[in-house]
Write a protein that binds this ligand. Sequence first.
Ligand SMILES: NC(=O)c1ccc[n+]([C@@H]2O[C@H](COP(=O)([O-])OP(=O)(O)OC[C@H]3O[C@@H](n4cnc5c(N)ncnc54)[C@H](OP(=O)(O)O)[C@@H]3O)[C@@H](O)[C@H]2O)c1
Length: 325
Amino acid sequence: MKIALAFAEKGRGRVRPNPMVGALVVKDGMILGEGAHLEYGGPHAEANALADCRSQGNDPVGAELYVTLEPCSFRSPEKHNGPCTEKIIEAGIRRVIIARPDPNPKVMGRGIAALKKAGIEVVAGVLEEDSAALNEVYEHLISSERPWIHLKVALTLDGFIAAEDGSSKWISGPDSRARVMEMRRDCDAVLVGRGTWEADSPSLTVRDSEGRELPGYQPRKIVFSGRESGGTLFDRLCALRSEGVHSILVEGGSGVFNSFLTEGLWDRLTVFQSPDFLGSGIPFCGSLGIGNIGGKVQLKGRTTEISGRDVVISGTREDMACLQV
Ligand SMILES: NC(=O)c1ccc[n+]([C@@H]2O[C@H](COP(=O)([O-])OP(=O)(O)OC[C@H]3O[C@@H](n4cnc5c(N)ncnc54)[C@H](OP(=O)(O)O)[C@@H]3O)[C@@H](O)[C@H]2O)c1
């Protein structure tokens, strides 16, 4: 399943807002075919793995299929592919091993039920958390009207995002800035507040280490302003979702972080912590109204890594729930 999850990564940035999925056809401990969902609207991972198996002259009859998400089992006018369950049954697969049941209400257990009904042995929940983490944007979009929100901040060791004069270039080091480019490429839009736009004139583009804009995909740029004109943040975000913005990387500054954190409108927070002090400056997010240590905001599913001279801490707001099917 670890290999199938690595294959799923091939669809990163290419299949959204659909899930990244990987699949392997295995017989007698040998991988006979491998596949991933590679393009939005393109064949699913299961179909690609079966096609790969046959193209090499291998027979999938009696084989096992490892797949990182429950195979789909429905047809609809908006859907480009027929049910993968039918392809698996027709191929004579003996056993299907699934990482994560599909949280999409149109599937959610129906794929597993269809396979079992056809006499196929099914094992579900193998590396389920890894699959859910891989598709955290998809998982969010299934159950929410707003885009997935990733807050990204560079902090000094004493918790400031900029010096007193508002300058913040560069708190994080070059390795961390390269990571931010990948984070931008992974999102539909990058958002900053009016304060940051005016203070830093950020390009908000995906660039190489020399500062050259990379060809290909660039996320949409959003500058937030007009807080006084009313409307809630949630409504603004839902309006962006209806325009096709499914994921947003929020890059600050302090006022914007405060808005998203106060209203609980975020899904992942990534902090690049530099080894420098300022003593005073602009705080990360200002007051969130937490008066007692018991009310502290805690990151779930936390990872801590070294990035050049910085420490990167990343985590989500919610725990991943295992799905019962
Ligand atoms: N280290 C880092 O990671 C990092 C990242 C970004 C920025 N910075 C630094 O942060 C500083 C800027 O921070 P800042 O707090 O002054 O400005 P900011 O957060 O970038 O922008 C604040 C403005 O955003 C708008 N805004 C905030 N919440 C809103 C909401 N809910 N709805 C609509 N509009 C909303 C408001 O614009 P209106 O007043 O027009 O309503 C508000 O005045 C700069 O010094 C910059 O260098 C550091």
